[in-house]
Design a binder for this molecule. Structure first.
Ligand SMILES: *Cc1c(COP(=O)(O)O)cnc(C)c1O
Length: 218
């Protein structure tokens, strides 16, 4: 099967209300254009420079989500073209986005990344730290927190991911129930090629899929 068919097959199985983000790191603009022909409307990039180069070719035919670890010195570039940053996990990064978006007079939708596996080497705030960061971000007029994202630990068996998705959904629902002024939690981004079905069962409404669309990365 080709890229278009892969996208169509995944889209046909997703429940309505679930957004498919094509995770496009290391994929060429040509591959991404094929995915767009299959029905992809949102792509997720991990590196600012790579994203910018592909944006130069593909432009606004799709929405651009940033799903990598944002470096402070790359934020200025990123906020010029991305539609959402899914991976905010510190007040320093939030403040830098605020500064750069204020200069452009735009508001950036963001998700807070949660380190649901509590893995020391992984990005994201600990589950109990998410509320504090969201309250902090809510003070910034040029950021809008719209949800929560998690990677979770990698497993061969997707069932092993379930507890981390459950924990992240609990964080999402608890903070949503607080009705923090200026915060409208709508998006729960979790699940990748091998785990998206479990993630959707646990409430994900954004899934980020690379391998199952494009094949294995080199
Ligand atoms: C690469 C990546 C994905 C997709 O991973 P696959 O296993 O290839 O589907 C999802 N989310 C993030 C943050 C990624 O970096």
């Amino acid at each position: 099967m080709g890229i278009r068919e892969n996208v169509r097959a995944i889209l046909s199985e997703l429940p309505s209300g679930v957004t498919l983000v094509a995770a496009t790191k290391q994929r060429s603009p040509e591959e991404i254009l094929e995915a767009i022909e299959g029905g992809i409307e949102v792509v997720g990039e991990n590196y600012a420079q790579e994203a910018e180069a592909k944006y130069g070719v593909i432009g606004n035919r799709v929405k651009w989500h940033f799903i990598g670890h944002p470096q402070r010195n790359k934020i200025k570039k990123l906020v010029q073209f991305v539609d959402m940053i899914e991976t905010v996990d510190s007040w320093e990064i939030a403040l830098e986005i605020e500064k750069r978006c204020a200069a452009l007079n735009r508001v950036m939708p963001v998700l807070v990344e949660v380190n649901s596996g509590r893995e020391p080497q992984k990005a994201g705030v600990l589950p109990e730290e998410a509320e504090g960061l969201i309250r902090e971000i809510a003070k910034h007029p040029h950021l809008r927190v719209m949800g929560v994202m998690t990677m979770g630990p990698m497993f061969g068996d997707p069932e092993d991911s379930r507890p981390y998705f459950v924990e992240t959904r609990k964080v999402f629902e608890r903070i949503r129930s607080l009705k923090i002024p200026g915060v409208e939690l709508k998006y729960l981004s979790m699940g990748m090629s091998n785990s998206y079905r479990v993630a959707i069962e646990e409430g994900a409404n954004i899934v980020r899929i690379g391998t199952k669309i494009f094949g294995r990365r080199e």
